[in-house]
Design a protein. Structure first.
Length: 367
């Protein structure tokens, strides 16, 4: 499932900050259970050197368990974890070339930012002068050159997470593991810090696994997004491919927003839906009646006093306005329109609804 990275994304040798080039990370048939709960069910995934892959999925899908297996905090019931071809499944956590950043920062409250960053170096008995030099270098790298003497309670959440990131990089790991590191931050800080993490990851060329439940984070930061469901990998692809060509109905509905509209297969590789005949993309279920999956941006709506649909509400998002429409025979429908064209489509207005001529996914009708 790996894809070839553009030349600009392929790090080589030692990069900024003194980190080695990223390692190839492989999950092979990982299985992990907790009693009767299956957290990982034969997970296979390869992450290329220097790549940032986001693990995305609903709660309980296995994404954090997968990360903890790589870190060495969990042992799989079956399967292997390979780092540059070497099996590290049984290697203790403190002997793996992995740095980890947690959701809760996990800084030592009695240590300054400098000493938090240098903690791992002190454990490895690196000399004081070298520790302080490395800590200063990393604090500068994460944009906190003047915060070395501050303690966690003297820093904001975003600053604490930058210190945690610097600490994870102090030992020059070959793999960086991020466990929902931004979820405790407010929206603006989260947006700024995710850009900084991406910039830093690209400059270091370090292989990175990023666990998140936030689709926007995953799609905006990752080279590829791996969507997990019930411990299985549904699809791993570049963000644009994942959104435009989801491999399964689960991916289609989990990533972004999707309408389900009633349709009927014609037998010629097309489906009739809302008066249009559209080509079917992907597997075709047996039977004639199906549900058609359509993104809101592929739904058209125009003000029409004789239109079949009624505007229930309109949500303004700047350049785009999302309409919630009631369409008899189809139920609720969402349509994303350029805001400059949606002025007449106010709640209570009648509208004519159509679909863009694009291939669609279909699933068996629930009726």
């Amino acid at each position: 499932m790996s894809t070839t990275l553009p030349a600009s994304r392929k790090p080589a040798g030692t990069t900024a900050g003194g980190a080695p080039a990223g390692a190839r990370l492989e999950f092979r048939g990982l299985r992990r259970t907790f009693g009767s709960t299956v957290a990982l069910d034969g997970l296979d995934l390869t992450i290329e050197p220097g790549e940032l892959v986001a693990l995305l999925g609903p709660s309980g899908c296995g994404k954090t368990t997968a990360l903890r297996v790589v870190a060495g905090f969990e042992q799989p019931d079956a399967g292997e974890v390979l780092l540059d071809g070497q099996d590290i499944t049984a290697v203790p956590a403190n002997r793996r070339d992995a740095g980890m950043v947690f959701q809760s920062y996990s800084l030592f409250p009695n240590l300054s930012a400098r000493d938090n960053v240098a903690f791992g170096l002190r454990v490895r008995k690196v000399g004081a002068a070298q520790r302080h030099e490395r800590a200063a270098e990393l604090l500068d790298l994460v944009g906190l050159p003047d915060h070395g003497d501050r303690y966690p309670h003297q820093m904001s959440g975003g600053q604490q997470q930058r210190v945690a990131l610097a600490r994870a990089l102090a030992l020059r790991p070959r793999v960086l593991l991020l466990d929902e590191p931004l979820s405790a931050l407010d929206a603006k800080v989260r947006a700024n810090l995710r850009e900084e993490i991406r910039r830093l990851q690209l400059s270091l060329g370090i292989t990175t696994v990023f666990v998140t439940h936030d689709q926007e984070e995953a799609l905006s930061m990752a080279d590829r997004v791996a969507v997990l469901n019930a411990g299985k990998l549904e699809q791993c692809a570049a963000p644009a491919e994942l959104y435009e060509r989801p491999a399964t109905a689960f991916v289609a509905e989990f990533v972004g927003t999707m309408n389900r509209l009633p349709g009927r297969l014609t037998g010629s590789g097309t489906v009739e839906v809302l008066g249009a005949r559209l080509p079917v993309d992907g597997p075709v279920p047996a039977g004639g009646d199906v549900e058609v999956l359509v993104r809101p941006e592929n739904v058209t709506a125009t003000a029409d006093a004789d239109g079949a649909a009624t505007v229930v509400s309109a949500s303004f998002f700047g350049a785009v306005t999302r309409l919630h429409l009631d369409l008899p025979g189809a139920g609720p429908v969402k349509a994303d329109l350029p805001s400059r064209t949606a002025g007449d489509l106010v709640p209570g207005a009648r509208a004519a609804v159509g679909l863009a001529e694009r291939p669609v996914l279909v699933v068996a009708s629930a009726a």
